[in-house]
Write a protein of this length. Structure first.
Lengths: 114, 113
């Protein structure tokens, strides 16, 4: 099976702009989670989607949002970008998002905000 | 919420030596503890995991131990090789929070040939 894919792999934006990142899970996986990775804060959970519904949300401002489509692909959007949003954004997929399920990560989208 | 602390932040060992990375967690409801390896510029990859009903799990040169009473778990790598050099992350989750993972801060392991 093909692994988790993310597009684009790199992005450069300026403050105040918005950005949309895409994640395609492993075929058959219905749960997609998003994480932000920075040198200072490490890996932090953003949110999780299952069957087009957000089931869980981390401690991030409302500028961070997401959605999931009927084919389980997911997008996350960051509006009004700030310098501190520069990070590697990782998505991970699992079969049904149950506790204890293995999550498989994508290669990430590296976002640089200038 | 859950808080996971990981030590040490960097670890340098000689090839062939053992490496141990330790994590502590705060939420006694946590019941799933995966370990991920992230090589430079690559995605995190699961290397081993353990559930709270098990005290130890081994997979070739890698083992994980869990002490529920003390709320800590450890990764043990024996006979280290240069290709083990990477950043290792521990994480914890509990069924009440679905599959949300709370990660430790990471350990940069360097294996010197």
């Amino acid at each position: 099976k093909a692994g988790v894919t993310q597009t684009p792999r790199y992005l450069i934006k300026t403050r105040g702009q918005q950005v949309t990142l895409s994640c395609s899970p492993i075929s058959g996986h219905r749960s997609v989670s998003w994480y932000q990775q920075t040198p200072g804060q490490g890996l932090q959970f953003l949110f999780e989607y299952f069957s087009e519904t957000q089931r869980n949300k981390g401690n991030f401002p409302g500028r961070f949002s997401g959605r999931q489509f009927s084919n389980s692909r997911s997008e996350m959007n960051v509006s009004t970008l700030e310098l501190g949003d520069s990070a590697l954004y990782l998505c991970a997929s699992s079969l049904s998002g149950l506790g204890g399920e293995t999550q498989y990560f994508g290669p990430g989208t590296r976002l640089l905000v200038l | 919420g859950e808080n996971v602390e990981q030590h040490p932040s960097t670890l340098s060992v000689q090839e062939g030596d053992s490496a141990v990375i330790k994590c502590t967690y705060s939420d006694s409801a946590s019941n799933y503890f995966p370990w991920y390896k992230q090589e430079l510029g690559k995605r995190p990859q699961l290397i081993i995991d353990i559930r709270s009903n098990v005290g130890e799990k081994k997979d070739q040169r890698i083992a994980v131990t869990l002490n529920k009473t003390a709320k800590h778990f450890s990764l043990h790598i024996t006979e280290t090789q240069p290709e083990d050099s990477a950043v290792y992350f521990c994480a914890a989750s509990n069924d009440n929070a679905g599959n949300m993972l709370t990660f430790g801060g990471g350990t940069r392991l360097m294996v010197k040939p």
